[in-house]
Ligand binder design. Structure first.
Ligand SMILES: C[S@@+](CC[C@H](N)C(=O)[O-])C[C@H]1O[C@@H](n2cnc3c(N)ncnc32)[C@H](O)[C@@H]1O
Length: 268
């Protein structure tokens, strides 16, 4: 686990932070009044942001299981990991392959303050955390090289991260640099906000985040497709998270689409 000064002393409680607002949506306790205020404001809008947050966690779980089971990948690089929320990605991966190696990365000191919970993995596996900014992909690669074998396939998870990073602030550079450095057989697991299904509510959500000083960008299907350039998509391709291999139970109705695209793409 790396971070230069005590994480708690660097937590800025004067403005909302994405990790903590998301924690509030998920019913967590690791947030501050300023995060709850923005969370409540957005949750009161018709789009039902907490449902989106829960659907996103379920996508992470389904996609991670699919990657482990269908590709045999045993190494994971999760950038924008968020405040620990069970089941965490390493718990999902290590429940299938106990020797899975996982490196978590986030730039928010609150995640570092709670990272101990991320580091309780299986004895056979490796679970590490590093504080780093996604807009510095070279540094992430350096850190990753000390935990993961980059000559072997890695699953790169960018889950609900890229809507906090605009294209001209490094979103494409992050994807191109990391995917470019990974071995053939690696994959990108991504979810990202879109206004394609519910433009009016997404626009209001973006306005609320932006007024609080948080960058939030929505991407169209084509823009998300560009992030997967050169990768071979797993079925069903780029779809609303709720339609990405939804759990099927007899008589269960199709969930309303959530305003996040999700997909998994392999580097061949
Ligand atoms: C909505 S949370 C998603 C957490 C987790 N990936 C999930 O899907 O449940 C977004 C996370 O991205 C992190 N984040 C935002 N911008 C970042 C950046 N530039 N570098 C690293 N992490 C960032 C936030 O701190 C937050 O923890």
């Amino acid at each position: 686990m790396t971070g230069s000064e005590p994480a708690v002393s660097r937590i800025d409680t004067s403005r909302p932070h994405p990790a903590r607002v998301y924690d509030w949506f998920l019913g967590g306790k690791d947030n501050y009044p300023v995060d709850e205020e923005l969370g409540r404001q957005i949750a009161a809008m018709p789009g039902d942001a907490p449902r989106h947050a829960r659907a996103n966690r379920r996508f992470m779980e389904r996609a991670t299981r699919a990657v482990v089971r269908e590709s045999g990948i045993r190494q994971f690089l999760d950038v924008g990991s968020g405040i620990p929320t069970e089941p965490n990605l390493h718990q999902i991966a290590q429940s299938v392959v106990p020797d899975a190696r996982v490196l978590y990365v986030d730039n928010d000191p609150i995640v570092l303050a709670h990272a101990a919970a991320l580091l309780r993995g299986t004895p056979e596996g490796v679970t590490e955390y590093v504080q780093a900014d996604a807009r510095e992909p070279e540094r992430i690669l350096e850190e990753a090289a000390s935990v993961l074998d980059l000559d072997r396939p890695v699953a790169l998870s960018l889950i609900a991260l890229l809507h906090f990073i605009a294209d001209d602030d490094g979103a494409h550079r992050l994807v191109d640099t990391l995917v470019g450095a990974l071995a053939p057989g690696s994959c990108l697991v991504l979810s990202a906000m879109t206004a394609d299904f519910d433009p009016e509510n997404v626009r209001r959500g973006i306005e609320a985040y932006t007024a609080s000083g948080v960058t939030l960008v929505a991407r169209s299907h084509a823009e998300v497709g560009r992030l997967f350039r050169g990768l071979e998509l797993l079925e069903p391709g780029i779809v609303s998270l709720s339609d990405w291999r939804p759990p099927t139970a007899e008589g269960q109705e199709r969930e309303e689409p959530v305003s996040l695209y999700g997909a998994v793409g392999f580097k061949r």
